[in-house]
Write a protein that binds this ligand. Sequence first.
Ligand SMILES: [Mn+2]
Length: 471
Amino acid sequence: MPDMSGDLPSFESAAERAANAVKSAKSALVISHIDADGIAAGSIASIALRRLGIDHTVVFEKKITEEVVNNVNSSKEDIVWICDLGSGYLSEFNKDGLIITDHHVPDNRKRSRQATLDDFSATFHVNPHCFGIDGSIEISGAGSTYLVAKKIDPRNIDMAYLALIGAVGDFQDGRESGLVSLNRMIVDDAVKAGDVLPENDLRLFGRETRSLVQFLQYSNDPEIPGLSNSGHACVKFYSDLGIDLDTGGRLRSWNDLAPSEKGKATSKLLRMLGNPMDAKHLYGEVYTLPRFDLGTGLRDAKEFATILNSCGRYEDAETGMRICCGDRTALEDAERNRTEHRRNISTAIGYIRENHLMRESRFIQYFDAGDQIKETVVGIVAGMMLNSDECKKWLPIIAFADADDGVKVSARADRSLVDRGLNLSAIMKKAAELVGGFGGGHSVAAGATIPPERKEEFLEIVEDLVSCQVI
Ligand SMILES: [Mn+2]
């Protein structure tokens, strides 16, 4: 039994009931979150359904919106299986045959309503929080989904490594420098299946794909005094230890080192840390996936999760799912997409510069990209412009791009402005509502969608609101 406080038997029964509901379905719709944990979760659900011969489609969502709720409630499929999402919206769903495998804090309204109306029978809610198990560290969305898959068929244990990647993607290994509790059971399953090799090593990012120098130079969690951000010092660090940076003209990665080389470099690094607490963070359990080729980002769980996250960020969760489903060509596609995405962004920035689109007023700066910049990247472009020389750090930046349902607005601000009282989320919400649109977000980064003909009016309102907030 893992070291845990919650009610594991009840959690497992919930997973079993969900598994039985899945097995009796003829068709399914899977909805999963767009990050690494969600992509791993959606892949587990999809593979489990495929093995049962159940027709299904998988869609990825950033969050549960009104549209998603409508799609769930009006779906024609026998079951809808929502992964790594959904618990916060329980009271919105009325679909008969709904399975939710999530680890976010649930919506309490449904639970209290359930007690009085007993309308819960067709919803199978598999969430650790309902059983006193901490979903922020003990199990992820992919883990909850895996529990159901394993109840469907014990042979699905060959997907335990995907559940592990989901947990690592959600940083569940961060606090204890390794996975604990239910995640530990998942590690054991993955080891049993021969997919994972847990080892103690440096927990820095890039054991497989970064050069030795970059591996230390870009370390930031924790920072290594004297080495982080200093390439020269990192080169000297290795040469002092007599460790070669390349072999036969190829740069070596951390995992290319012999155990003795790793050993002496590790002890020296641990001695260099300023804070003794950092040692536990720097050195601990990491997860190698020996079935994947050396030097690819798939051989290390943390790097694998990062690839999935970037697929999601670049609107390409499907390629991430192909990677999880074992498609060996998908990794190249993911890299090509990432390159293309970066090219789109630099073209967009060039377009703003060449056409002198930046405008400035007393309290804000803004540009209108029209239909020349995709609405999906305009926020990233605005953020990059804000950090460039053309823009003033002390003014929030507002960007417009045409979208199908109106004009998409992205707003970004330097954190120092937030410290002075700026809240872009509140501003976007209020200004958008005043012109018949909608908006929201975070204090440093927010967005809105507004009717095209009311752009000017919207800008004036934003300007007024910023001037009132910032002191
Ligand atoms: Mn998650």
